[in-house]
Design a protein around this ligand. Structure first.
Ligand SMILES: [Cu+2]
Length: 285
């Protein structure tokens, strides 16, 4: 009985499958994962069936025939099967991944230009997430910035873009319900974005073991209806302005959003929505 916890059974309501998808484009990730799983299962079944057939067919009743496999026919069959798996299975996954990346998850130029887009800088450190919103003036690093800890509040139905950095070690900004996961790397700004299609509260976790208290890097993502988020944002900005202390240099971390948005953005492609990319190098200040 004392070993039961080692079974790591899922918590009630969590099940064995993928986390509930509360994002607009998470299904695209799920499709790629499901497709990969399907191919793996299919190949596994074929291999097992082949081995079973070989065991039954080549038992003691049949003397073995030894073959170095160097004949033209053997090489052709081996290369043909390998090429079929590589081009059909891997090739299809590669092409689909690139298409989804180009049109959706890597399409920051589209996300940046959507009305109501929300920009958030995430500064990871051992062992929590600091989040900074630009406030009403739209600029990071000013007195009206909203700064929160382990608490990210966003509106439903618009792109939310994160620029992610770390001030110490590698972390990974992970919101499973939004199908978002992006490394936080010291000296580098990475980006990721999504559109929340549901309101509610969702876990933020660190997906990179980052030290003794890695497990404590839990944050909460709250998705609010747009009007409610506007009210939250106005109140939070007013509070931040009151609490602003020009002497507190540690609290003034921020970086030039535009610089890192510009470096990575290409021309705007056709619609879709939600994504991630690795790009420019920079340090926090
Ligand atoms: Cu971490």
């Amino acid at each position: 009985m004392r070993f039961l916890p080692l079974l790591a059974a899922p918590l009630e309501g969590h099940g064995w499958g993928m986390p509930h998808d509360a994002s607009l484009d998470g299904w695209r990730i799920d499709d790629l994962i499901n497709e990969t799983s399907l191919y793996v299962i299919l190949l596994f079944v074929i291999m097992v069936a082949w081995m079973l057939w070989a065991c039954l067919q080549h038992g003691e009743r049949h003397p073995a025939r030894f073959d170095h496999g160097t004949s033209r026919g053997s090489i052709t069959v081996a290369l043909g099967i390998a090429a079929a798996i590589f081009f059909v299975v891997d090739g299809r996954l590669l092409v689909n991944s690139i298409l989804v990346w180009n049109h959706v998850f890597g399409n920051f130029a589209w996300a940046e230009t959507q009305p109501g887009v929300v920009r958030i800088e995430i500064n990871a450190h051992q062992w929590s997430w600091a989040a900074r919103y630009p406030g009403p003036d739209g600029k990071f690093g000013t007195q009206d910035d909203i700064v929160t800890l382990n608490d990210v509040t966003v509106p439903q139905g618009v792109p939310v873009i994160f620029q992610v950095a770390s001030i110490d070690v590698l972390h990974s900004f992970n919101i499973p319900n939004m199908r978002v996961k992006m490394d936080a790397v010291p000296g580098m700004i990475n980006r990721v974005w999504f559109v929340a299609k549901e309101t509610g509260q969702f876990d933020i976790g660190c997906a990179q073991h980052c030290g003794a208290n890695h497990y404590k890097m839990r944050g909460v993502l709250t998705v609010l209806p747009r009007e409610q988020w506007e009210r939250w944002s106005a109140a939070a900005s007013a509070n931040s302005a009151v609490a602003y202390d020009p002497e507190d240099k540690d609290a003034h971390w921020a970086w030039d959003w535009e610089k890192h948005a510009r470096i990575c953005s290409r021309s705007i492609r056709s619609r879709p929505a939600s994504g991630s990319s690795t790009c420019s190098r920079a340090t926090t200040r």
